[in-house]
Design a protein around this ligand. Structure first.
Ligand code: M6R
Length: 605
C-alpha cells in the first residue's frame, strides 16, 4: 500500500505535502519527506496522519528534488524508525517505497547488512543501491532491481544528483508528469497538480530519470526507451465536508444524487430500454457469453454478490462472484465465452487488478466497474463502466457501494434484455420502480433519528450478528463490514438459514441479532430465524418494510423502511445500516473517516 510522491520545482515542500494529502487514501500510519539542498540530504518524518508532518515540515527555497511517503505499515510498527523515506548508512541517498520486497531477509543476510535502522523491507533497497554505487546512480539502481523479488514503486534521490529523481516500479502503479518548470512522480496521477502536464505511466521494470521539464526512460539493460506522453490537466475541485461532521455522513447523504448519476443516460423510461454506450462494441459478444464472473474485494465484493444473483436471475446466465484475492490463485475456468466484471471503487486494488490480468490471460473479456478515471483498472479492462459518484473520501465505502449496486442492477436487466430473457414490459416495470429509489433513499435519510436512537441503545455491545436471505444475505455482510470497520464491534453476518448449522451456539443476551427482512419471498423464514434467536435470549432487531405484516411484537426493536420490490430493497436497507454503523461509531468516539489499520485503497496483496 502506501502513497509515494516526488517533485522537482519551486515550493517543493509545499507541493510534496499537497501531493501526499491526495495520496493519504493509501495509508496514514506515518509520513515523511526527504530533499536535497546544498548537497545535503534532509529528512523529516511523523507518526500518524499527514497533519502531524505538516505542522513541523521545514520549507526549502529553490528548485530542489523532494520525495515523500504516506505509509500503511506492512513490515514493522507505525513508528518513526519505520516511517519512510529510508536512507543508506552513509546518509547519501533516500528512497520511498510502495509494495513488498519478499526476499528482503535473504538479501540482508547475503550482503550482511547488520546495522539496519528499521524493521522495514524497504531499507534493504537503500543499502543495496549504496552498495553498488560507483558514481553512477542509474547503474546502481538497476543492479539493485535485478535482485529484488516482490512488488515496488520507488522514488530515489541522491546527494550527488541535486536535480533529479529516479523512479521505477514492478506490480505497483507509478505515474510520471512533467512540464517546463516542474516534474512529478506519484503512485496516482491524481496527486499531480498543474496545467500542460505531460504524463506517462511506467510499466513493470521501466526506470525513469526525472528532471525539471523532462523525463528519460530506460529498460533494465540500460537501453533508452521511447514512451509516449499524454497531455493531462488535473483539476482538484475543492473537497469539503459541506457542514457534515464527517465525510462518511456527507457521502451517505449524497446517495440520492449519486444513485441518479450512476443510472443517468443508461435507460429510457418511455421506451422501456436500457443501454450502456460504453459496451456497444461488445454487444455481439454479450449476446453469446455463457458464464459471468464478478471479482472484487470488501464492499465491492458484496455489491458483486448481489449483482451475481441478479444477473443469473434476469439474464439466465451462470454467474459467480469471487473474492479477487482468492480468484487469483485458483486457476479459474474461463474461456472466450466468459465475461468478467471487475468491481473497484478506486480501480487500484491490487488483488482485483491481479484477478483482471489472470482473466485476460485466460481469454475472458473484462469489463471494469469503477469510480475513478485514469485508474489501473481502466487501463487493464477492455471497457469500463464508470459510477460517476464523485470522490469518496471516507475510508468506509458508502456512496460508491450504492452506485456499484445501481450499475449492477441495470446491467443485470440490460443483459436480460439483449439475450431476450426479459420482456419489454418487465424492463419497463423495473425502470419505473428504479426511478423511485432516490426518493426512498431520501426518506431513509430523513428518518435517520430512529437509527440514531437504535445506535444509542446498542452501541455498548461488543458483538452483533446480521442475518438475511437472498439479496439480504449479501446486504447483511455489507452491514456487518460497515459496523466492524468503523466501530470495531465484532460484527458478523450469516445467511439466515445457516444460523442453525453452528452460529446459533453463540447466542445469548450478549449478542444482538439483526435481521434484514426486506425480501418478501423469504420474509417469513427470516422472521422464524429471528424467533429462534429470541428464544435463546438474544436481543433481536428487525429491519423490514413499512406495512409488512407478521413482524412479532416480541422483538426488541423494529425499523420500518420504505417499501419497494425485492430486487431494489438493498438500496434502502444498506442506507439504513450505513447510518446505524455511523451512529454506533460516533457514540463509541471512533475515528470514523480514518479507522485504525485501514486505508482507502489497498494496493498490496
Ligand atoms: O477500491 P475498491 O472498491 O477496490 O476497494 C475494495 C475494498 O478495499 C473496500 O470496499 C473496503 O472494503 C472498504 N473499506 C469498505 O468500506
Amino acid at each position: 500500500m502506501c502513497g509515494i510522491f516526488g517533485y522537482i520545482g519551486k515550493n517543493a515542500v509545499e507541493m510534496c505535502l499537497q501531493g501526499l494529502k491526495l495520496l493519504e487514501y493509501r495509508g496514514y500510519d506515518s509520513s515523511g519527506i526527504a530533499y536535497i539542498k546544498d548537497s545535503s540530504l534532509y529528512i523529516q518524518k511523523s507518526i500518524g496522519p499527514l497533519n502531524n508532518l505538516e505542522k513541523k515540515a521545514l520549507q526549502a527555497k529553490g528548485d530542489i528534488p523532494i520525495i515523500g511517503h504516506t505509509r500503511w505499515a506492512t513490515h514493522g510498527a507505525a513508528n518513526l524508525e519505520n516511517a519512510h523515506p529510508h536512507t543508506d548508512i552513509t546518509q547519501s541517498l533516500a528512497i520511498v517505497h510502495n509494495g513488498i520486497i519478499e526476499n528482503y531477509t535473504e538479501l540482508r543476510e547475503k550482503f550482511q547488512f547488520n546495522q539496519l535502522a528499521s524493521e522495514t523491507d524497504t531499507e534493504i533497497i537503500a543499502c543495496l543501491i549504496s552498495y553498488f554505487y560507483e558514481k553512477d546512480l542509474l547503474q546502481a539502481v538497476i543492479k539493485t532491481l535485478k535482485l529484488l523479488k516482490g512488488s515496488y514503486a520507488l522514488a530515489i534521490i541522491h546527494k550527488d544528483y541535486p536535480d533529479q529523481i529516479i523512479a521505477t516500479c514492478n506490480q505497483s502503479p507509478l505515474a510520471i508528469g512533467y512540464s517546463e518548470n516542474q516534474a512529478f512522480v506519484a503512485s496516482d496521477v491524481h496527486a499531480f497538480s498543474g496545467i500542460n502536464l505531460h504524463s506517462v505511466i511506467l510499466k513493470n521494470y521501466e526506470v525513469a530519470v526525472i528532471k525539471k521539464g523532462k523525463a528519460l526512460f530506460f529498460n533494465q539493460s540500460l537501453q533508452s526507451i521511447e514512451k509516449k506522453a499524454e497531455k493531462i490537466f488535473i483539476d482538484h475541485h475543492s473537497i469539503s465536508k459541506q457542514g457534515f461532521q464527517h465525510f462518511m455522513m456527507k457521502e451517505i447523504h449524497e446517495q440520492p444524487i449519486t444513485f441518479q448519476n450512476a443510472i443517468a443516460n443508461r435507460f429510457s423510461l418511455e421506451a422501456g430500454q436500457i443501454f450502456f454506450h460504453e459496451l456497444q462494441d461488445l454487444k455481439p459478444l454479450l449476446k453469446n457469453i455463457n458464464h459471468v464472473v464478478i471479482v472484487g474485494c470488501g464492499s465491492s465484493w458484496h455489491a458483486g454478490l448481489m449483482g451475481a444473483q441478479l444477473i443469473e436471475k434476469k439474464a439466465h446466465i451462470l454467474t459467480t462472484c469471487e473474492i479477487a484475492s482468492e480468484f487469483r490463485y485458483k486457476d479459474p475456468l474461463l474461456s472466450k465465452k466468459s465475461l468478467v466484471f471487475a468491481i473497484s471503487q478506486s480501480g487500484e486494488t491490487a488483488d482485483t487488478i491481479a484477478a483482471v490480468k489472470i482473466a485476460k490471460e485466460k481469454g475472458a473479456t473484462v469489463v471494469g466497474i469503477c469510480n475513478k478515471e485514469n485508474s489501473s483498472l481502466e487501463r487493464e479492462a477492455e471497457k469500463t463502466v464508470f459510477l460517476h459518484a464523485g470522490p469518496e473520501i471516507s475510508v468506509c465505502s458508502t456512496k460508491a457501494f450504492l452506485s456499484q449496486l445501481a450499475v449492477l442492477s441495470l446491467l443485470a436487466n440490460y443483459l436480460g434484455s439483449i439475450n431476450n430473457s426479459l420482456s419489454k414490459e418487465y424492463i419497463s416495470e423495473y425502470l419505473h420502480e428504479l426511478v423511485q429509489i432516490p426518493l426512498k433513499i431520501q426518506q431513509v435519510l430523513s428518518d435517520k433519528d430512529q437509527l440514531e436512537k437504535l445506535a444509542s441503545k446498542y452501541s455498548h455491545y461488543d458483538q452483533m450478528l446480521f442475518i438475511g436471505r437472498n439479496l439480504m444475505a449479501a446486504a447483511s455482510l455489507e452491514a456487518a463490514l460497515k459496523l466492524k470497520e468503523i466501530s470495531y464491534i465484532n460484527a458478523q453476518a450469516y445467511p439466515a438459514g445457516e444460523l442453525k448449522h453452528g452460529p446459533i451456539a453463540l447466542l445469548d443476551e450478549t449478542l444482538p441479532v439483526i435481521g434484514l427482512c426486506l425480501n418478501s419471498l423469504t420474509l417469513e423464514k427470516t422472521v422464524s430465524n429471528l424467533m429462534e434467536a429470541k428464544a435463546r435470549n438474544a436481543p433481536v432487531i428487525c429491519f423490514t418494510y413499512e406495512g409488512s405484516k407478521d413482524i412479532p411484537s416480541v422483538f426488541q426493536d423494529t425499523i420500518y423502511l420504505p417499501p419497494t420490490i425485492d430486487d431494489l430493497a438493498p438500496f434502502t436497507v444498506c442506507t439504513a445500516t450505513q447510518l446505524f454503523a455511523y451512529f454506533v461509531a460516533k457514540k463509541r468516539n471512533c475515528n470514523i473517516d480514518k479507522p485504525r489499520n485501514l486505508a482507502k485503497s489497498v494496493t498490496v496483496e
